[in-house]
Design a protein. Structure first.
Lengths: 386, 448, 342
């Protein structure tokens, strides 16, 4: 059972996630694709945090599990049915097995040696998926569903257009739009599927954090040698953490493919693994909520900042007199549009310099300053130990 | 066997309540209000320009974006009208498209299928784009084309050269103006035979992914038909930086031609390595050793610098062409930005014009109407001579340029010279050609 | 036989690039214990020192040619570099040798850059978790490469080697092969020799100078050296500057081999981490050995004969070997116990 604080956290989290389309609409992020991505990468980061946040093992190969999950799911779409359940199940099983294999080998080493081993595995998977394994992965183009695919469980498709992914009839791309206070709100089936799974994944992660198993993993992070001297074999624990986080990644991959039935090899590249690591560190490794926040921030930059062009800027500063408008556009121009990664890099640096411990540290500080008088326990609930 | 497909309608209805939760006033649900996805509601219409802005092709993307901005300006009646004046169809009059002012949104494909699709999706879902266009690689083009087919919007491909884009991955909502690997080969082979003779031994270095394979296959078939032998075909990993270990074995392989089926950074690096190894000063079997780069672009030529001098290749278009359309385009682009446009800029400008014109002629933005207007469309005045948009696979057929690296360039942009304008008839192929087989257009999808 | 000899040369050549970058990286790892993801960016900045040097040398006086026109029908611009206008042939010679001149430019620039980086940023991260170091240096790498992109674009910028050192030589004859059997580019040979000199220099510096001795002592036990009243921090700062300068000149010299672009640092980064780790954390000779070993293996795995047996082996060889080495030798080839293992 959850403690009171965790219950509060869980409920607040669930409400925030489920009302995502409303909360995020004012920030221009309230459209299905980005909302789905927030949720999916949230799951990925929550899972990665179980490994890295608890045990301190820095894996640079988690993108490989994401890719394995996506490929498994798309193959299920091609062979069995467009229902996302079989795909998700296969993805979790495949990525779990893959993680078991890789974890079994790589966990023989620790520290940077472990990181490089996982990186090597992931890069090999990526290179092979891009070239030699093209019959399975469709290489550069990515694995896609086609009209001619078997789909033996589905009724014969005679419409001439590709079927949509669905969950027992709910199509993932069905959206209900409405206008509320001038904002365009979009409630999308796919997002709610992802959101429910995210909440479930978050719940499981809380349970792991609070369990004796979680405690053992923290002990590994604090001092593995001491554990070994006391006669405890840590390998089964770390391996279990590795496999669990691999399955989370596989699940995220399955959801990515379910929202958009395409699996590309780039998903497995080291830069993707790197960005998972960055998401978790940015949000705050070892905190419960941090990784989800970190994932959100990075995806937001990627999706929104890259789309601001000079036209948009001129629109923003329209109210200013001509020369000031030009000046403001000139100032901001290098940081948006094609300069979005510059801003992201700068944000990484600023956050890590001023907020060691990531975004959650920032939330804590704000909380300490303003929230303490009101409710002393909130502190604890938002950022549990670590 | 419909285990997983119970009564869908009913479920959706109950799902609506369950899903929204907050019970907002539902104004409309998907599939009931409009005849097609993102039908323009106000007086404006939004186009989505999805180009690489980060990653190795960022400069190419930037050039595409310039051309798009120029096209939008011309469509809205600004500037000097560019190729609108030389375009054989006179449906466009400079008051937007169908009286709607043209707006645009931009996005970054990062030259990754995932990011490109995410960006295109946001344009469709958030900004209400009726058409997506752009891109600088075939993997991305095919991925985004598939997305547009599902979402029910038109995709006007940018720079994509793989046979697959209008071959096994063709889609009813997707259209390509750019040429492809087969056409490159068909245009290049006769010129190569003429320049280097019929009994040559070619050694291929090929980028190890789909585009590389289709291009290599095309070139090999076309040159072998002219009597060349193919000594070897070596696949090189995409991530290769230094090609020395792939170039070195060419020296003593008995080959006297090296074909580099590479694009972008790969091509720049492999060509630089090949020239460094002195291949071009070499004599084999009493003939000069030669290097061929089947697909050229000006940016690549610029990146490879002096190494491109005298090397043959093909391109879709070049600014030094003297027909009225090309000149009008070069003039308005050059005056706005100060340098001549690249082939990527040209193809995306044409695609935007063709889309606008098709919408104007069809009298609607409905993708099915536009597809109908574009299919089998014959036009002229866009720089490549009389051009035909084939209905069977949505591929444009037009003259292809065979070019060679210029020996004495006069500026940073004057790097290629046109050797021959290969007439359209020579590069045409049947829609069921084996290199393009295996796919189906399907039906046009208006979405909604 | 000649094919194998060629690949040995290729391996040495690739290996020298890997070894040079890994040398700087391992100096920083070994002395400061910082995971520096911005190291690739230093290599890239070095390469752009060469680009900038050439830009400076070819700053041109623009005159109009009344007879020729450009693409818009306006008079063609003729650009004459100022150095040629002022110094005639000496100017032409300077442009020709701009890569070598760029080395003189790059050493102080990169050294200062390294010192500024260490004092301004890295210093504050010595006692922070590795995760924080990664986030910070990764952010820094992105910022640096985006700045370069903003000024120079994303397209590679070709840099030619001096005329006297471009082209290829028939090196095979020297080793008893038939004429024209083994041809190798001059500049790649130059690069190999250059790498050997730099690596030798760094080793000699650490081995035979008092400064080097203190740094080595500091690497072994920082605290004790500090207790002896030696200002180890200042020396580590200088080491960082040195590592940056070494990596920078490696970048400068690399430009004629492959045209530099803004993301070349990221392309080399992962590889060099693999090299350093395979060599063993904290071991300079290990990094050099691993650099050459991986360069050699990469070359051989791309031979057609090898690829015919195992298709796609050239795609994964580096990672495969890294894995085998790390599984057989827990701390890489020559690593020390306890370094970066937690």
């Amino acid at each position: 059972m959850l403690k009171y604080n965790d219950k509060v956290l869980m409920i607040v989290f669930a409400i925030l996630v489920l009302t995502g389309p409303v909360i995020l609409a004012p920030f221009g992020a309230g459209y299905p694709d980005l909302l789905q991505r927030f949720a999916i990468f949230g799951i990925l980061a929550v899972g990665y945090n179980i490994l890295f946040g608890l045990t301190g093992y820095l894996s640079f190969g988690h993108a490989a599990f994401l890719g394995v999950g996506s490929y498994s799911t798309v193959w299920m779409f091609k062979l069995l049915t467009m229902n996302i359940i079989p795909g998700m199940i296969l993805a979790i099983i495949m990525s779990g097995l893959f993680a078991l294999l890789i974890g079994f080998i790589t966990l023989r080493r620790s520290g940077i040696y472990f990181s490089i081993l996982t990186l090597a595995f992931a890069q090999m998977s990526y290179s092979l998926a891009y070239s030699v394994l093209t019959p399975i992965t469709n290489g550069e183009t990515g694995l896609q569903i086609r009209l001619a695919d078997a789909r033996i469980l589905d009724p014969k498709n005679e419409s001439g257009s590709l079927p949509s992914t669905n969950l027992f009839g709910f199509e993932m791309n069905d959206t209900w739009r409405t206008t509320f206070m001038g904002m365009d709100l979009q409630f999308n089936v796919g997002f709610y599927v992802c959101a429910v799974i995210l909440i479930a994944a978050f719940y499981v992660s809380i349970r792991i954090f609070r369990s004796p198993f979680g405690l053992m993993l923290r002990a590994v992070k604090t001092n593995q040698n001491r554990l070994m001297y006391t006669g405890i074999n840590t390998k089964p624990y770390t391996l279990a953490a590795f496999v669990i986080s691999g399955m989370y990644a596989g699940l995220a991959g399955a959801l990515l493919a379910s929202m958009d039935p395409l699996a590309g090899a780039e998903r497995m590249q080291w830069t993707e693994s790197g960005s998972i690591v960055l998401m978790v560190i940015l949000g705050g490794a070892g905190t419960l909520l941090g990784p989800v926040l970190g994932a959100g921030v990075i995806k937001y930059f990627e999706a929104i900042f890259s789309r601001i062009n000079d036209n948009v800027l001129h629109g923003w500063f329209d109210f200013l007199p001509g020369f000031l408008e030009t000046f403001m556009v000139w100032i901001i121009h290098p940081f948006v549009g094609k300069g979005w990664s510059l801003t992201l890099g700068a944000v990484f640096m600023i956050i890590v310099i001023f907020l060691p411990g990531g975004l959650m540290e920032g939330a804590n500080r704000i909380n300490k300053r303003f929230g303490k008088q009101k409710r002393g326990s909130a502190d604890n609930a938002k950022a549990p130990a670590e | 066997m419909s285990v997983f497909t119970p009564n869908r309608r009913g479920l959706i209805k109950s799902g609506a309540l369950l899903g929204t939760g907050l019970a907002m006033p539902t104004i409309f649900t998907a599939g009931s209000a409009a005849a097609y996805t993102n039908a323009p509601t106000g007086s404006g219409v939004t186009l989505g320009f999805n180009v690489p802005q980060s990653g190795p092709y960022a400069d190419e993307g930037a050039d595409e974006l310039r051309a798009y901005e120029l096209a939008v300006e011309h469509l809205n009646g600004g500037g000097d009208g560019g190729m609108m004046n030389t375009f054989s169809s006179k449906a466009l009059s400079g008051n937007g498209i169908l009286g709607n002012k043209v707006n645009y949104v931009t996005g970054d494909t990062q030259t990754k299928s995932d990011a490109a699709r995410a960006s295109a999706k946001s344009m469709i879902e958030k900004d209400g784009a009726v058409m997506i266009t752009g891109g600088s690689s075939s993997g991305v083009a095919i991925a985004v084309q598939g997305l547009c087919q599902e979402a029910g919007v038109i995709f006007m491909a940018g720079l994509t050269h793989s046979n697959d884009t209008t071959g096994k991955d063709k889609k009813a909502n997707g259209f390509r103006h750019f040429f492809n690997g087969y056409m490159s080969a068909a245009a290049l082979a006769p010129v190569l035979e003429e320049m280097y003779g019929p009994d040559r031994n070619a050694y291929h270095l090929t980028a190890d992914y789909t585009w590389g394979w289709t291009q290599q296959e095309s070139i090999q078939a076309a040159t072998e038909a002219k009597g060349w032998e193919t000594v070897n075909n070596v696949l090189t990993p995409l991530a290769t930086q230094d090609f020395s270990s792939y170039v070195a074995p060419v020296l003593n392989s008995g080959a006297d031609i090296l074909v580099l089926n590479h694009y972008g950074g790969n091509m720049i690096n492999s060509l630089t390595s090949a020239v460094q190894f002195g291949l071009r000063d070499k004599q084999v079997n009493g003939k000069n050793f030669e290097i061929v780069v089947p697909l050229y672009s000006r940016l690549m030529a610029k990146g490879a610098g002096e190494n491109v001098k005298g090397i043959f290749g093909s391109t879709n278009w070049h600014w030094s062409l003297t027909d009225a359309g090309s000149q009008a385009f070069v003039k308005s682009f050059g005056e706005k930005y100060g340098f001549p446009p690249s082939q990527a800029a040209h193809t995306v400008y044409c695609q935007t014009m063709l889309y606008a014109d098709a919408a104007e002629r069809a009298g609607t933005f409905n993708p099915c109407g536009i597809a109908e207007a574009l299919e089998g469309f014959d036009f002229d005045g866009l720089g490549n001579g009389p051009t035909h948009y084939r209905a069977d696979d949505h591929q444009c057929f037009k003259d292809v340029l065979v070019v060679k690296g210029k020996d004495n360039p006069t500026s940073d942009f004057d790097l290629l010279e046109v050797v021959q304008v290969t007439p359209r008839a020579q590069v045409e192929y049947a829609p069921d050609h084996p290199m393009f087989a295996g796919g189906a257009l399907g039906k046009c999808n208006p979405g909604a | 036989m000649d094919a194998i000899f060629l690949q040995v040369l290729n391996g040495l050549d690739k290996g020298s690039a890997y070894a040079l970058i890994a040398l700087g990286l391992t100096l920083i790892f070994g002395t400061l214990g910082v995971v520096n993801f911005a190291h690739g960016a230093l290599f890239m900045l070095g390469a752009f020192c060469a680009v900038i040097m050439r830009k400076i040398l070819t700053l041109s006086h623009v005159s109009l040619d009344p007879e020729k026109t450009n693409f818009l029908g306006k008079p063609l611009e003729i650009r004459t570099p100022y150095v040629e206008l002022w110094w005639g042939d000496v100017g032409t010679w300077m442009i020709d040798y701009s890569v070598l001149i760029a080395i003189l430019f790059a050493i102080p620039v990169m050294g200062v850059m390294g010192i500024v980086m260490e004092r301004g940023l890295i210093k504050h991260f010595y006692h922070r978790p590795h995760a924080d170091q990664i986030l910070m240096t990764f952010g820094l790498a992105i910022v640096l490469q985006e700045i370069i992109k903003a000024f120079f674009g994303a397209n590679p910028i070709p840099q030619s080697a001096p005329d006297s050192m471009s082209g290829a030589m028939d090196i095979g004859v020297l080793f008893g092969f038939a004429e024209y059997a083994v041809i190798y580019p001059y500049w790649r040979l130059v690069y190999f020799v250059f790498a050997a000199v730099v690596i030798g220099g760094v080793f000699a510096f650490l081995r035979f100078t008092t400064f080097g001795m203190i740094v080595r002592a500091g690497m072994a036990d920082r605290e004790t050296v500090g207790l002896l009243g030696i200002d180890i921090d200042r020396r580590f700062t200088i080491m960082f500057g040195l590592a940056a300068a070494v990596t920078g000149v490696a970048g400068v010299m690399y430009t004629p081999i492959l045209p530099p672009n803004y993301h070349m640092g990221m392309d080399f980064l992962v590889l060099c981490f693999v090299v350093v780790v395979v060599g063993g954390m904290g071991s300079l000779p290990g990094a050099i050995l691993a650099g050459f070993m991986l360069g050699m293996l990469e070359s051989f795995s791309s031979m057609n004969e090898v690829k015919a047996i195992i298709p796609g082996i050239d795609q994964i060889i580096i990672y495969l070997v890294a894995m085998i080495v790390l599984l057989v030798r827990p701390r890489g080839l020559m690593g020390k116990a306890g370094m970066m293992e937690d």
